[in-house]
Design a protein around this ligand. Structure first.
Ligand code: PEP
Length: 252
């Protein structure tokens, strides 16, 4: 069975006082039966990892460079993330694909080095509003999956996050049928490429304006194994409600 995963992406938010949010989250979920992941800005990663050591909450980076080391001012390597205590890294987030012109080929190279360094790659895919309106969603997702996932991926070092770009930070959410259609499609593509074993055990998260008031419905959709949460992961009280919704999913 796939273990559920609630992942928080703090993006470029969080100074030292954000540790208090992590403390509150840790206190509220000491005995959780799902996986919880916080991806803070790089400046907080080491501190946060230390603070959460021994708790069920893992930490991750938000990007890494495809090279092992070298003359890449301002970048961070996969080994540095591991050194700072991370176990995961988000790759190919639409904000990286858009703001930094990252192609799926770039994402694949980053994912390969991240996995080789021992990290789990959380690879993001998702269509723009124009692409959805033009009925191109599944083609876009197929292309991003094929291009971004390295051959060395398997169910323990890969997580896919489906994040429609138009739903990120907008408060707009696809219908449950739309989410289900894409998640089923991603599952089928993973099975086709990696075989049933890996395909059926790789986790697929939904991301895009997940909030405490819509989480329960989203978590009932087929092939939704959790969420990648931006804005609502910044406050422990909100993220905790989403985590509780995921803990409860499928149990009634
Ligand atoms: C994200 O950035 O990955 C995200 C899903 O953001 P939000 O939850 O704020 O839409």
């Amino acid at each position: 069975m796939r273990r559920k995963l609630a992942a928080g992406n703090w993006k470029m938010n969080g100074l030292a006082p954000a540790m208090n949010e992590a403390d509150a989250l840790q206190a509220a979920h000491r005995n959780t039966d799902i996986d919880i992941l916080l991806c803070p800005p790089a400046t907080l990663l080491h501190r946060l990892s230390g603070r959460l050591a021994g708790s069920p909450i893992a930490t991750g980076g938000q990007d890494c460079h495809p090279a092992e080391s070298g003359a890449h001012t301002g970048d961070i390597s996969a080994a540095m993330l591991v050194d700072a205590g991370a176990t995961h890294v988000i790759l190919g987030h639409s904000e990286r694909r858009e703001d930094h012109g990252e192609s799926s080929e770039d994402v694949r190279a980053k994912a390969r080095i991240a996995i080789e360094a021992g990290l789990t790659a959380v690879i993001c895919v998702g269509e723009s509003e124009t692409q959805r309106d033009a009925a191109n969603t599944l083609d876009i997702i197929a292309g991003q999956l094929a291009g971004s996932i390295p051959d060395i991926a398997n169910a323990s070092n890969l997580v896919i996050a489906y994040e429609p770009i138009w739903a990120i930070g907008t408060g707009k959410v696809p219908t449950l049928d739309q989410i289900g259609e894409v998640h089923d499609f991603i599952r089928a593509r993973l099975e086709r490429r990696f075989g049933e074993g890996v395909g059926l055990s790789t986790r697929i998260l939904y991301g895009g304006s997940v909030k405490p008031d819509n989480a329960t419905d989203i978590f009932e959709v087929s092939n939704v194994d959790g969420a990648l949460v931006g804005g609502a992961s910044l406050k422990a009280v909100d993220f905790s409600l989403i985590i509780k919704a995921l803990e409860a999913a499928g149990k009634h």
